[in-house]
Design a protein around this ligand. Sequence first.
Ligand code: NAP
Length: 237
Amino acid sequence: MSRAAPGVRAPRETIVITGANRGIGLALAAELARAGKRVIGACRAPARARELAALEGEVDVRELDVVDEPSVVRFAASLADDAVDVLVCNAGVGGGSHQALTDMDYRAWRETFEVNTIAPFRLATALLPNLRRSPRPRIVALSSQMASLQRKSGGAYAYRSSKAALNKVMQVLSVDLEREGIVVCPVHPGWVRTDMGGAGAELSADASAQGLHALIESLGPEHSGRFWTWDGKEHPW
Ligand code: NAP
């Protein structure tokens, strides 16, 4: 980890968060902006992202649809030569209401892979020039315990398979980027009360964001290519 000399203020870190307009992404944007980070909050519809735009601190709201290649190219170009210290691939979908043994929506399954699996890779590679400008670059992808091969439970085929594949993508990326010192980790954020997690979930979005913040601060090369939980425990693959 690079540290500023005594009396010299460390440069403010820049964090890109996708899907920052609601849910865990919004709570994490609030948490990190409050902590003095420069947050680039990416979302599909900036004009409607009023809560994100109203957050305290340095929050820059930018348009990004993670599955739309031209949108990714425009977003990356908007960063120009800025260093990105942390990329949080948070945008995700739950796979819809037809992903059961006898009721499968195959189009929704493919779309779930587009958002949850392919888009984080596309964005991470698009932002590599910016990550390379950071003294301590990290890529964190929001995965799920529902992807773990150690957990045996039924249903949610689209969601589980898309996040299991995301885990593998992030592990491979961690190997490919190891020599450059770019840390890559999939993270389970807890079961969180959001539109996706539902009202009965265990954790508030703020509590999850606080844990994710501490985890992001702690990540070093020794943590790369491993699966973590929001509260800093290693998750079995
Ligand atoms: P959420 O409340 O449903 O929010 C999802 C976010 O993703 C929204 O901002 C949404 O934007 C964005 N998004 C979806 N498709 C997008 C696209 N094509 N381009 C850009 N943004 C897109 O979900 P959440 O609960 O906050 O979950 C955040 C992440 O944590 C997800 O990856 C999820 O799988 C993961 N996770 C959540 C839980 C949980 O309990 N909540 C548990 C494990 C993992 P729009 O507003 O434009 O739709």
